[in-house]
Design a protein around this ligand. Structure first.
Ligand code: UGA
Length: 427
């Protein structure tokens, strides 16, 4: 069976390369020539653990192209284009999806199955079908197959997921998708078949629920500050109740990334559009905004005046394991500190280049490949903003002993078990 994937973004690349590793012939199509050239050289343009190795091992099953007509040989086409947040309305912007529909339509063969993997508002598949059916005379099929990949563990999440969700209207589509995922299902994934609208909505519901857990634990963490209570102990105690579960209860500077913030806003808009008011979604958005403000206030409390302070920032990515800085709390915090006149030395293990590009015209920020180099002798405050485990190797006790005016604020509780010092502050 031949697969085509439209969009070589995070979801398209991980899915396409992993399908190739399952033995399918896969064409990945993207307009971005630079990206396609890199992929043809065997280089993955983003950092994703293990993905480049799988690409190299399965090169014979993969074809990368900028030409959409490649879809003419495909039995199944996965649409994995971006659905970014519209900056004015907060809604998911579907222009890339609509464009993809118009572009593939002339090349579809009889019985092609078109599957939307992008995160899309419920009923999007209906509109997508209308665009295709307007210009296609042959019979084609449609399905929804939302993706639950986490950046940094996308390969594992694709090959060993807890569940695979497909939204279908007929047996033909179900059987095709079941065949494509057969090896993954055999590895233990639950295969859930539902209608297309429920599949579409399940993705927003899942992301928003996870974000709600994070926002909730961060609110409890705010309260812990006031009461001098231990947030890690509370997370553990809550998590041991299997009705609650241990995951997504790690307090931090607020959730970020390319998915949670965008999807929550989209769900909020979908609810509004369908006159089903969503109190919880609104509260989560507010709580996350407040959380970052709260963290900034703590930085101020710990540091005193920010003006001319030498601050070393460890971590810029929105979480560990990725080079992604989109909606990263770390980036937001750095921006605010720069505005207040701080002088910043910044480090990240993977996101340094993206951050350099982002802060291109900014003065008062320097970037370091090595975390120790970012901690200069005159550093007055170290901020840990991303939970890279490698930071634990740094001898912070020694740094605190050598520099008596140094303070550390760990917004990820990464060093809590490793550093005991009055000038070390955690959540
Ligand atoms: C998220 C979902 O977890 C995936 O299932 C989904 O497929 C993906 O969005 C998507 O829609 O494509 P991702 O954005 O990679 O994945 O990041 P997460 O690991 O979910 O973390 C999101 C944010 O929550 C990060 O800022 C992270 O630091 C924060 N977080 C997470 C916490 O602060 N505490 C936690 O306990 C967990």
């Amino acid at each position: 069976m031949q697969i085509a994937v439209i969009g070589a973004g995070y979801v398209g690349l991980v899915s396409g390369v992993c399908f190739a590793s399952l033995g399918f012939k896969v064409s990945i199509i993207d307009k971005n020539e630079e990206k396609i050239n890199l992929l043809n050289k065997g280089i993955i343009p983003i950092f994703e653990e293990g993905l480049e190795d799988i690409l190299k091992q399965n090169r014979q099953n993969l074809n990368f192209s900028t030409k959409v007509e490649v879809v003419k040989d495909a039995d199944v086409i996965f649409i994995a284009v971006g659905t970014p947040q519209d900056s004015k309305t907060g809604k998911a912007n579907l222009k890339f999806l609509q464009k993809a529909a118009k572009e593939i339509a002339p090349f579809l063969k009889e019985n092609t199955l078109i599957v939307i993997k992008s995160t899309v508002p419920p009923k999007t598949n209906d509109d997508f079908q209308k665009i295709i059916e307007k210009s296609v005379k042959t019979k084609v099929y449609f399905a929804s197959n939302p993706e639950f990949l986490r950046e940094g563990s996308g390969v594992k999440d694709f090959l060993y997921p807890e569940r695979i969700i497909i939204g279908v209207e007929d047996d033909f589509s179900r059987q095709k998708l079941e065949f494509l995922y057969a090896k993954i299902i055999a590895n233990g994934a639950k295969f859930i078949v539902t209608d297309i609208t429920s599949a579409e909505l399940s993705k927003y519901a899942s992301n928003t629920f996870l974000a709600t857990k994070v926002a909730f634990i961060n609110e409890i963490s705010n309260l812990c500050f006031k009461l001098n209570a231990n947030i890690d102990d509370i997370s553990k105690i809550m998590g041991l109740d299997s009705r609650i579960g241990t995951k997504f209860l790690q307090a931090g500077p607020g959730f970020g990334g390319s998915c949670f913030p965008k999807d929550i806003f989209a769900l909020e808009n979908i609810s509004k559009q369908h006159k089903a008011k969503s109190h919880i979604t609104q509260a989560v958005i507010k709580a996350n905004e407040k959380r970052i403000e709260n963290i900034l206030q703590h930085i101020q409390n710990i540091s005193g005046s920010i003006k001319n302070k030498n601050i070393s920032v460890l971590g810029l990515a929105f979480k560990a394991g990725t080079d992604d800085i989109r909606s990263s709390p770390a980036i937001y915090i750095v921006e605010k500190l720069l505005k207040k006149g701080a002088k910043i030395n910044a480090h990240d293990f993977k996101a340094l280049q993206n951050a350099k590009n982002y802060f291109l015209k900014q003065k008062n920020i320097s970037f370091f490949d090595n975390a120790e180099d970012a901690i200069a002798k005159k550093t007055q405050l170290i901020l840990i903003l991303t939970e890279w485990k490698e930071y634990i190797q740094i001898d912070f006790e020694k740094l605190l002993n050598e520099n008596k005016s140094l303070k550390i604020f760990d917004t990820r509780n990464l060093l809590k078990k490793h550093v005991e010092n009055k000038r070390y502050f955690s959540l």
